[in-house]
Design a protein around this ligand. Structure first.
Ligand SMILES: [Zn+2]
Length: 327
């Protein structure tokens, strides 16, 4: 998979950061222990002279008995060190850097191949990069102000808009906190400004914090990026990241310009994710009929047939805020 240079750079910086942290923590602990128990420092010095000593003997023609003696001495020193550390409440391991990935020691490579930890970082950074193209910011569930939802019972809903929204929030919280790749896809519908985007981004935040790869954003900048890559104006393989990330959150579907290119991108992404069983969240102010009118059968059937619909109702929060700030 191709990655944009800034994605590779960010992933490499994170690996480097991990390695430096592990090295400096180990060095700090060694220094502290050696200051407390000077004998540890002597042992370390003696151990580091062993290898050059053996090399010298081999280069001079080799004396098996001498080499054996040095090796026995080394083993005894290591045992003494282990005993000292044990008495001080530590283990030999504590003297070694504790790498996040012991397989590649946070270098990103194992046996000349990309280590899985590096692949994971590249995927995370690619998702972060794509998400950063949109102006949307992640948020949390609790900052949604319930005062904007009516308390009186709505006949069509059978409950008050506030209760209805409360139920949707509970559902979305559970969805996010118990997230797995087998989660359903969600369609958050409703008029502009009643909290759909807020909910979608709150889910994206929790799922991101759980360590899943999440791309979130408005359709428009994502499509622009796909177009730039298609025509060689930008490097990367965003289509692959959009289809393979653990969760894709498409905000405000329907606000993008309708072109043959945008339509085929939306279809390809949704179809690939549905076939692979990867969850997607769409927020839109279009009804099923309006989706049908804008996108036609192919896309609408994928959404209507494959997504759990959640209808948000309430007053337009932005309008109320505007009115308040004016008054
Ligand atoms: Zn690794």
């Amino acid at each position: 998979m191709a990655y944009a240079p800034q994605v590779v750079q960010a992933a490499r910086e994170r690996l480097e950061q991990r390695r430096q942290t592990a090295d400096s923590q180990a060095a700090a602990l060694q220094e502290k222990l050696c200051a407390r128990i000077p004998r540890l420092l002597d042992i370390q010095r003696e151990l580091t002279t062993a290898l050059p000593a053996i090399t010298r003997i081999i280069l001079q023609g080799g004396d098996a008995a001498q080499i054996e003696e040095i090796q026995q001495n080394n083993l005894a020193l290591q045992q003494e060190m282990a005993d000292i550390l044990h008495r001080a409440g530590f283990q030999m391991d504590n003297f070694e850097p504790q790498y996040t990935c012991p397989k590649c020691k946070d270098t990103g490579y194992e046996n000349g191949k990309l280590c899985c930890c590096y692949r994971q970082l590249l995927q995370e950074e690619a998702c972060r990069h794509l998400s950063s193209l949109s102006a949307v910011k992640l948020t949390d569930f609790d900052s949604l102000n319930m005062a904007y939802y009516e308390e009186t019972v709505d006949k069509r809903l059978g409950v008050s808009p506030r209760q209805h929204m409360q139920d949707i929030i509970t559902y979305c919280k559970e969805y996010a906190h118990n997230f797995s790749l087998s989660n359903d896809s969600l369609l958050l519908q409703g008029a502009t400004g009643i909290g759909k985007t807020h909910l979608a981004l709150a889910i994206a935040r929790v799922v991101t914090e759980k360590g899943f790869s999440v791309v979130y954003g408005s359709m428009l900048p994502l499509l622009r990026q796909l177009e730039n890559e298609q025509f060689g104006r930008s490097e990367g393989d965003s289509m692959a990241h959009l289809t393979t990330c653990d969760l894709l959150v498409l905000d405000d579907l329907g606000m993008e310009f309708d072109t043959a290119f945008s339509r085929s991108c939306i279809y390809n992404v949704l179809n690939a994710r549905l076939l692979e069983g990867r969850p997607t969240i769409i927020s839109t102010n279009l009804s099923a009929a309006a989706l049908q009118e804008k996108y036609g059968d192919q896309i609408t059937s994928r959404i209507v047939g494959g997504f759990v619909p959640l209808l948000c109702v309430g007053k337009d929060i932005r309008q109320i805020m505007r009115r308040r700030s004016m008054g």
